[in-house]
Design a protein around this ligand. Structure first.
Ligand code: TYD
Ligand code: MG
Length: 465
């Protein structure tokens, strides 16, 4: 007979402990630990620390050998195919995480409709919305006649029975894993145990039957529902759908991919007809070239394999506060503090009495240190009321010494800038002296050079240092 035992599980990171605590010792989140009851099977008959059964030896092979590339199912949505590394892989499990309401269901319904249209058998299992709601959404997206099979089901056993009936589907969407409910687990739906059990069963189904299973997981803010993080290790690919709900831009980002590169992004735009691919995202994040104002600089970033031009905006204004405000949206606040300190210490730019606001256009989040130089340029531009000339792209890393360092993929960044009609670049010196840039470039060695360059564009309105 099995007996049940209580575990205290953090709903944020999945850490298990034997007693309740207000704060999780593993991820430091508050109020995320809840009690879950699990059934423990008794050890095999009469065994005292039962011995493992005798195993079969596995065949050892050489590392060298043939490995055919996995087949791919192309969704027909180019940005989605790019992020998955060239299409969905049969027999794989993909987790798609994101904030509630960001557009996961919309994206997956569009993807299934596209796949259904090319003759794949696709199934959408909804646990959150009713069939009527899904039909309404499909009608709004203009996909009412798409050959997508629907089921409203949350019981894992019933879902598996449904999927195993008839022809094997090639792609299955489970929306969402947090609604999955397995009858053999005692805890409530949405808890870590339920989430893991449900996801495990579906991943096993994908592997054994060769279907591609897409699991939707809501990123949760409080600890009542377990987050998608706890099942990331179970799946082959983890994609996160990000974006600011105030903006219509959405970014699909690969954070783990056993079949392709990570850090690849797909860019979408949420419209009243659903998500539209943005094939030329630079245009979107660069802002309107004509509205050139002091405090903006164009940065050439690289997301995955793709260069991306982004407008960086800064506002530097005299502060009335004892401790001036420093706010960064879309960039690391600590890095901003560092740039301000370097400008002050190495180039004599006094910012201690100024409020500083930094914003990355379009709701994009930048992680590259290559943006340092563009951030510094935007700050100086705002401080001195100088317009960075239209058509100039800026990138480079700033060291604490004040040196401007070259960054990777310089050529790709310059090419993208050229493609979008930019004509000038302000960058670090090229590591390869023989490199002939396609744009007119100004190469800087230190932040003091940057200050001098901005000052040289200044029409004498305000002095920098
Ligand atoms: P949804 O796909 O339901 O989000 P998720 O599954 O991640 O929770 O998207 C919900 C939001 O998208 C909703 O607030 C409305 C908006 N939306 C549009 O703007 N246009 C559309 O065509 C659709 C279907 C949704
Ligand atoms: Mg949804």
């Amino acid at each position: 007979m099995s007996k049940s035992q209580s575990n205290f599980v953090c709903q944020s990171c999945g850490d298990v402990s034997h007693k309740w605590a207000g704060q999780c010792g593993s991820c430091n989140q508050w109020n995320t630990i809840i009690e879950e009851r699990v059934s423990v099977a008794p050890p095999a008959s009469g065994a005292k620390g039962a011995a493992l059964p005798r195993g079969r030896s596995a065949r050892l092979v050489d590392l060298k050998g043939e490995s055919p590339a996995p087949p791919r199912i192309l969704s027909g949505i180019g940005e989605l195919d790019r992020v998955t590394g060239g299409g969905l892989v049969p027999g794989s499990a993909v987790l798609i995480g994101g904030d509630p309401g960001i557009g996961k269901s919309t994206l997956l319904l569009q993807a299934l409709a596209a796949l259904g249209a090319v003759g794949e058998r696709v199934i959408y299992v909804t646990g959150e919305e009713s069939i009527a709601q899904i039909r309404l959404r499909a009608a709004r997206l203009g996909l009412a006649n798409a050959p997508v099979l629907l089921a409203a089901e949350t019981n894992v056993s019933d879902i598996l029975a449904t999927l195993n009936e008839g022809d094997m589907p090639s792609v299955v969407v489970i929306d969402s894993v947090q609604t999955l409910w397995s009858p053999v687990i005692e805890s409530a739906p949405g808890t870590v145990s339920q989430l893991k059990a449900g996801a495990e069963a579906l991943v096993r189904f994908a592997k054994s039957k060769g279907a591609c299973v897409l699991l939707v997981g809501h990123v949760t803010k409080d600890g009542q529902i377990a987050g998608p993080k706890v099942i990331e290790h179970l799946v082959d690919t983890v994609l996160y759908f990000e974006g600011d709900r105030g903006h219509q831009f959405r970014i699909l980002r690969a954070v783990k991919n056993r079949f392709g590169p990570t850090d690849e992004i797909g860019v979408f735009e949420m419209s009243d007809g659903g998500l539209r691919e943005v094939t030329n995202p630079s245009r979107l994040f660069m802002g309107e070239g004509e509205r050139q104002a002091p405090g903006t600089a164009v940065f050439a970033g690289v997301e995955g394999t793709r260069p991306l031009l982004v407008e960086i905006q800064a506002l530097v204004s005299p502060s009335a506060l004892g401790t001036p405000r420093r706010t960064a949206v879309g960039w690391d606040g600590t890095r901003l503090a560092m740039i301000l300190a370097v400008l002050e210490a190495r180039a004599g730019v006094l910012l201690a009495n100024h409020d500083v606001y930094l914003n990355v256009a379009g709701g994009l989040r930048l992680k590259e240190t290559a943006a340092d130089l563009a951030v510094a340029a935007a700050l100086l531009s705002s401080l001195s009321d100088t317009i960075i000339p239209h058509g100039t792209v800026v990138f480079g890393e700033i060291a604490l010494s004040g040196a401007v360092r070259p960054v990777g993929q310089t050529e790709a960044r310059l090419k993208e800038a050229q493609k979008l009609g930019l004509t000038h670049a302000v960058v670090a010196g090229f590591a390869d002296k023989a490199f002939k840039p396609s744009l007119e470039t100004r190469q800087l060695e230190t932040v003091a050079d940057l200050v001098a360059w901005v000052a040289s564009r200044n029409k004498g309105l305000r002095r920098i240092a």
